[in-house]
Design a protein around this ligand. Structure first.
Ligand code: AMP
Ligand code: ZN
Length: 112
């Protein structure tokens, strides 16, 4: 998707602080961190929303979750909150699906 900022990051056209990468996913530090650890894991392929993944693309979730322990180990963080914001009312601002990994502090519940 030519105008998608995360596609541009995946393509190396926009710089990011990359924490982990393989053939399917990229993990990079959030530019506006909400916790001491705040990393985004994205599929390299453009998929808009995590709540509307085409069935034939669902394997991407396996790749994304396989990256989580690698990110945790690299950043030496124990407990984390994993978040997908899906749609405007849930706070999604970038329409290339991404998994937030937040850690390094205690989180409240329910979320805001
Ligand atoms: P969401 O609100 O769930 O769509 O999350 C989008 C996230 O992307 C926000 O936390 C932003 O701070 C983050 N973000 C936007 N642009 C960049 C960028 N160029 N590099 C890293 N993180 C970004
Ligand atoms: Zn994209």
């Amino acid at each position: 998707m030519p105008e998608c900022i995360f596609c541009k990051i995946a393509a190396g056209e926009i710089k990011a602080d990359v924490v982990y990468e393989d053939d399917y996913v990229l993990a990079f530090k959030d530019i506006n961190p909400q916790a001491p650890i705040h990393v985004l894991i994205i599929p390299k392929k453009h998929i808009e929303r995590a709540d509307d993944i085409p069935v034939e693309e669902l394997d991407v979730l396996k790749k994304m979750f396989a990256a989580v322990p690698k990110v945790k180990e690299k950043l030496d963080v124990d407990d984390v909150r994993l978040v997908f914001n899906c749609g405007p009312k849930a706070g999604q601002t970038v329409y290339h699906m991404h998994l937030h990994i937040l850690g390094g502090r205690v989180f409240g519940w329910p979320p805001g």
